[in-house]
Ligand binder design. Structure first.
Ligand code: ADP
Length: 266
């Protein structure tokens, strides 16, 4: 037990000196990042700081100018590694003519791998049921996907990414389409999935109070990782100023001063 505490946990994500230019502009300017397996961490940073670009590099969708990405202790993103990773993009534009119900959508999103065919169908059903229950989408199963609210769609997308039993889940602004009262419950669901499954979760989020509550480590990106640490270390006015370049009072202070409005220092 004692020894286990001293050995660093393996990294689910390791990024070294990652540089990306888009349209001639440097977007990532030497990003270094190590995310321990099994953690729920947050990636924060102002708009345009490169958060989505970094996720795209992790998924192999963006080829870096230089530097390296190593996933799940294996190597750079490749199709077999990506099957072990769940990704929910910030916004999925669905054509209103997309006629599938949630049940049908989840059925076609079931993983098709060589090993899949050897699993008994009861096991497949169990996986589907547990993901559906975890993301609380049982009542949505017969609804058309195109008619869901932003928050409902996000829950269905996370549910579908859980069908692969991912070891790493990347969520890009998961509450972008969720109404404010629903946000806390939404993060609670994700935190519960993290606790139950013990997978690594990387949240890209603007919601600093939720980050404070749920992430065990925070990385602030602004072209580079300008600070990282436990939420109480990173989420203070000075390091947020470094990350956001503005005076920014962390939201969690508002719990103690409900009438303060210091959060928007533009
Ligand atoms: P974030 O997710 O933190 O808001 P992004 O990674 O989406 O940041 O974008 C980083 C920067 O790269 C932004 O300034 C954006 O305008 C720019 N950018 C994104 N995609 C392209 C592109 N295809 N061509 C040129 N610039 C881009």
């Amino acid at each position: 037990m004692d020894i286990a505490f001293r050995i660093p946990k393996p990294a689910a994500v390791e990024v070294r000196d990652l540089q990306v230019q888009l349209g001639g502009t440097p977007v990532l300017r030497g990003v270094n990042l190590r995310i321990e397996a099994g953690r729920m961490v947050a990636l924060i940073g102002p708009n345009g700081s490169g958060k989505t670009t970094l996720l795209r590099c992790l998924l192999g969708l963006q080829v870096p100018h230089s530097g390296s990405v190593r996933l799940l202790q294996e190597g750079p993103p490749n199709p077999s590694l990506l099957r072990r990773i769940g990704y929910v993009p910030q916004r999925l534009q669905l054509d209103p003519s997309f006629m599938l119900t949630v049940r049908e959508f989840l059925a076609i999103r079931r993983p098709v791998t060589a090993t899949w065919f050897w699993r008994p169908s009861r096991q497949i059903d169990e996986q589907l049921h547990s993901a559906v229950a975890e993301m609380d989408v049982t009542r949505l199963l017969d609804r058309p996907v195109a008619g869901l609210s932003g928050g409902q769609l996000q829950r269905v997308l996370i549910c579908s990414s859980l069908l692969n039993e991912p070891e790493l889940l990347l969520l890009d602004e998961p509450t972008a389409g969720v109404d404010t009262p629903g946000e806390a419950d939404f993060y609670e669901l994700i935190a519960e999935v993290h606790r139950r499954r013990g997978l690594t979760v990387v949240l890209v989020s603007h919601d600093l109070s939720m980050v404070y509550r749920h992430a065990s480590r925070v990385y602030a990106l602004n072209g580079v990782i300008c600070c990282e640490g436990a939420p109480e270390e990173v989420m203070n006015a000075e390091s947020l100023k470094q990350a956001y370049g503005i005076h920014f009072t962390p939201y969690h202070h508002h719990h103690h001063h409900p009438h303060s409005h210091g959060g928007h220092g533009h």
